[in-house]
Design a protein. Sequence first.
Length: 201
Amino acid sequence: MRRLIVAALAVLAATFSSAQAPAKPAADGPVEVQASGTPGKATAKRSAQATATITVIDKAGRTVTLKNKAGETETLKVGPEVKRFDEFAVGDVIQVEYEQALALEFQPAGSENVPLTAIASGGRAEKDQAPGAVAAAGVQGTTTVTAIDAATRVVSLQGPGGNVFKVKAGPKIQMEKLKVGDRILATYVEAVAIKLEKAKK
């Protein structure tokens, strides 16, 4: 599974080599979480899409050169975990969809503490479909509220490893009941979906 994720992220890195990556966390402020419709739970999502065209392919060396919409190119080594490399051809388009998701869920007093846990999943396209792969990886663990700024609606959370990150509560989230010391189960996942679109003959 890890090899599949690494392969997916390698292609993602090529297609996002320019400033086409709005899905990356913003450096100018905390992510804003919204009410999910379930009491005590808030979520946030960021997504982006990109495409890259195969301009050169070396079957023997198992490398492909990709060109994104900005005209930038990058050559990548395709590992043996990509089983259908022989189906790749010059002119084929690689489509990449990237998503980050954060879920925060209030843990009532007495709830079991969840240690930092890695989560991962993935899969490949069937043989009768165009080559592609889906991979997701993330972490989950109990965090603790360390600070609340009611004016800006920013909440500081300390993770199991001691790291602190901030989130901004959306307008429909009731912050009045939240207090320093409360525990929040945080789940963060990054997902990548890659699909090869064959060039039209």
